[in-house]
Ligand binder design. Structure first.
Ligand code: NAD
Ligand code: ZN
Length: 379
């Protein structure tokens, strides 16, 4: 029996208020409209960005909301005008989109689509400004256009990457955000040359994916910086060669790194979300040629402060969403790199829980335990 064109009732984990455990509810998911697809989510994982908007201390609160943006699933039905996806396609929903028509999508250098770039404050679909989720007729807000903490979700076609149907969705789901973001931040944006040194701030899944990028690029030294010493043991499997805990030093960590490296690292990638770490990540690169890349999501009132001479001295500061990958054009090939065993993903997945225990994934992340927790939507 096809469900196309009909409202689907299914389970979703709803965040009713900031910082309170999610509750599994029966929700109604409306059919996809023009340029939208409805996806059956099979696996989703938790990224720190979900946690920021769940606890909403440094972000604009928007509730009730269905969070989640790192996932893999299968297309259930498509709306009007969708021609390049069909029911049964294996897909990764992506938090930032690609319309393929705007100046950004037409530029080789940008993935900041005018229509579908990341928007953390929007809780509705762009087509009609309404939500596709409801409980007894009361709308529930979307998150990042993906809302993957639901058995079914509706996503704009521009935010859906169609991938090899043989790729195991319980593994490649982490390419839907964190691993592509970190890996791309290094290989597409920081672009270390063979033999150069790279500092990685934040050794969570995103930072360790950035370290993988450094390893694949042939970096000579990969210096991991984290406040949580339990990360250092884990990070040894990711090619990180040296560790610095800012808490172990009296002087600022950028000075410690400058001393370790004779003036600074060649490249740095910040994956913490801490404004202090962002500033340190910039100031620890070598003058004359150093490049720093910011990846972490800041609080809404943060401001980046450094002396302009740090820039005049020929350091470069960059930032990136999703590792500069264009989701529809580039992600299928990143999945192929995993299928060809060039890219390891399994080691990022340290935990797995059934959907009914989704709150455990939040507990692991808040405790700084493990890297990615994959949530199994189907028993
Ligand atoms: P995570 O919580 O697993 O890892 C973050 C790590 O940073 C932790 O190990 C933590 O101990 C460390 N840390 C925090 N403050 C620090 C500091 N001042 N100095 C050194 N280390 C510090 O998170 P994650 O899922 O790996 O995400 C990392 C960051 O990347 C988050 O801010 C997330 O929102 C962001 N993110 C950005 C994008 C993007 O496209 N730009 C995409 C995904 C995630
Ligand atoms: Zn994410």
């Amino acid at each position: 029996m096809s469900t196309a064109g009909q409202v689907i009732r299914c389970k979703a984990a709803v965040a009713w208020e900031s910082g309170k455990p999610l509750s599994i509810e029966e929700v109604e998911v409306a059919p996809p409209q023009k340029d939208e697809v409805r996806i059956k989510i099979l696996f989703t994982s938790l990224c720190h960005t979900d946690v920021y908007f769940w606890d909403a201390k440094g972000q604009n609160p928007l509730f009730p909301r269905i969070l989640g943006h790192e996932a893999g699933g299968i297309v259930e039905s498509v709306g009007e005008g969708v021609t390049d996806l069909k029911p049964g396609d294996h897909v990764l929903p992506i938090f930032t989109g690609e319309c393929k028509e705007c100046p950004h999508c037409l530029s080789e250098e940008s993935n900041m689509c005018d229509l579908l770039r990341i928007n953390t404050d929007r809780g509705e679909m762009i087509n009609d400004g309404k939500s596709r989720f409801s409980i007894n007729g009361k709308p529930i807000y979307h998150f990042l256009g993906t809302s993957t903490f639901s058995e079914y979700t509706v996503v704009h076609v521009g935010q859906v990457a169609k991938i090899n149907p043989e790729a195991p969705l319980d593994k490649v789901c982490v390419l839907s955000c964190g691993m592509s973001t970190g890996f791309g931040a290094t290989v597409n944006v920081a672009k270390p040359k063979k033999g150069q040194s790279v500092a990685i701030f934040g050794l969570g899944a995103v930072g360790l994916a950035a370290a993988e990028g450094a390893r694949v690029s042939g970096a000579s030294r990969i210096i991991g910086v984290d406040l949580n010493p339990s990360r250092f043991e884990l990070a040894k499997n990711f090619g990180v060669t040296e560790f610095v805990n800012p808490k172990d030093h009296k002087k600022p960590v950028q000075e410690v790194i400058a001393e370790m490296t004779g003036g600074g690292v060649d490249r740095s990638v910040e994956c913490t979300g801490s404004i202090q770490a962002m500033i340190s990540a910039f100031e620890c690169v070598h003058d004359g040629w150093g490049v720093a890349v910011l990846v972490g999501v800041p609080n809404k009132d943060d401001a980046f402060k450094t002396h302009p001479v740090n820039l005049l001295n020929e350091r470069t500061l960059k930032g990136t969403f999703f590792g500069n990958y264009k989701p529809r054009t580039d992600i299928p090939a990143v999945v192929e790199r995993y299928m060809n065993k060039e890219l390891e993903l399994d080691k990022f997945i340290t935990h797995s829980v059934p959907f009914s225990e989704i709150n455990k994934a939040f507990e692991y992340m808040l405790a700084g335990e493990g890297l990615r927790c994959v949530i199994r939507m189907v028993a």
